[in-house]
Design a protein around this ligand. Structure first.
Ligand code: ZN
Length: 411
């Protein structure tokens, strides 16, 4: 990854990166002239962002180029805090749905991710040793309540990690979390019937037991469950998260008349958080359109990017964010859901998802492409959208990474 990053920075044709011009400079990096959107401080204006010793040192207009060792010309681009994607799968080589973190996250404007349950107590040490500790993307995790994590389910083996309830082990989950509190931020459970059988509520009670013992939230994957969503919601608490909020089909947030279930509104009023988790099967344009019309907006927008959707329909977090622009959300509100809101959902260290002075030097640069782009949901339904966020470059801890090119469908 390191040589890859250096190469892509050097070949980054859309940015003028001036290297080594000012050895006495007070800043290491200046991201100049972009439209900065930082919802954490209600900022949406043209600004320069200066970074020193890996931290945001200053945001202002007209910071001189001569004050920085390296300059990224972001004029005409959008500049945001490094994005946070709270639902990805980056246990490449162990979970069948795992993908490598760096080409799919840090190369796409995402500096911080949460691996959502790819690992359980038995497989977590490998996630830590071979992924978290070595990749450039900042990776946190939600521990699967099943000891095997998401290592069983694939397209050719359709049985998930809780099909045998004996694999849900709160005691081992608690022990693993206590030993890894610096990187484990919560507990993940998937409740779809081919994963949790008909004992979904029993499995969720075991996740609840572990969650209560360690004082960390649950992220519950909903949809296609044996038990109804209202029954599941009864076991969730303030600060817990449901992911796949806009999934089409049985077990979702809407009734048969496309009205938001009253139990969902009540749970949200009581502090339940709604996450998108687009995924291969969990985002329906029709559901999202109906829900947003009824003012049921997500708290966080995450991609659930993994092996079975990274070639489409998900592609990356920026594409999922673009779908919410098409749904009518303001750019600033969309960005809040992948920066400050994401940072507030779990117990991350301070200084992520924001460009406040003194915070981590994590920045994403995007181009807003305008035209006609076909974006597809998880059920092969398409919409023609007219704005699309394209990742251009990423900065993490003051270091510049190039952005990988992504397929663009133009009519
Ligand atoms: Zn997932």
């Amino acid at each position: 990854m390191r040589s890859y990053s250096r190469r892509t920075v050097l070949f980054q044709s859309t940015l003028a990166a001036a290297w080594g011009q000012n050895p006495q400079a007070r800043y290491d990096l200046l991201i100049r002239g972009g439209h900065v959107i930082d919802p954490s401080q209600n900022l949406s204006a043209v600004r320069d962002v200066a970074i020193a010793r890996g931290k945001v040192a200053r945001i202002a207009e007209g910071i001189p180029e001569s004050s920085a060792r390296q300059v990224v010309d972001a004029r005409g681009k959008l500049v945001t805090p490094g994005l946070i994607d709270i639902h990805v799968h980056v246990y490449d080589g162990v979970a069948p749905l795992g993908i490598p973190a760096d080409p799919n996250c840090i190369a796409k404007g995402v500096t911080t991710v949460v691996d959502a349950g790819s690992a359980g107590a038995h497989t977590f040490p490998g996630l830590r040793k071979y992924v978290i500790n070595v990749v450039d993307t900042r990776v946190y995790a939600l521990l699967n309540i099943s000891v095997v994590g998401q290592s069983t389910l694939s397209t050719d083996n359709p049985w998930g990690e809780l099909i045998d309830l004996r694999l849900a082990n709160p005691k081992l989950a608690i022990k693993t979390i206590e030993e890894n509190r610096d990187v484990i931020l919560g507990i993940k459970i998937r409740l779809t019937e081919n994963i949790a059988g008909r004992h979904d509520l029993d499995a969720l009670r075991l996740a609840r037991e572990a969650s209560d013992a360690v004082g960390l939230p649950i992220m519950a994957h909903i949809g296609g469950t044996f038990s109804s969503l209202p029954k599941i919601l009864e076991l969730l608490r303030k600060g817990d998260v449901i992911t796949h909020t806009y999934r089409a089909g049985e077990g979702g947030i809407l009734d048969s008349n496309m009205r938001v279930l009253p139990e969902v509104r009540k749970a949200v009023a009581n502090g339940l958080r709604l996450d998108v988790g687009h995924g291969a099967g969990s985002f329906g344009w029709g559901v999202a359109e109906a829900a947003l019309k009824q003012d049921l907006a997500p708290g966080t927008i995450s991609s659930d990017v993994h092996h079975y959707n990274v070639q489409g329909p998900v592609l990356d977090l920026a594409t999922t964010l673009s779908k919410f622009l098409h749904l009518g959300m303001k750019l600033e509100d969309v960005m809040a859901r992948a920066t400050v809101n994401a940072a507030n959902t779990f117990g991350f260290p301070k200084g992520l998802g924001t460009l406040r002075e003194g915070s981590e030097g994590d920045v994403a640069v995007f181009q807003m492409a305008e035209g006609d782009f076909v974006l597809t949901d998880s059920g092969k339904q398409s919409r023609v959208v007219h704005r699309r966020l394209l990742p251009v470059a990423t900065v993490k801890g003051g270091r510049v990474y190039g952005a990988a090119s992504i397929p663009v469908v133009t009519l």
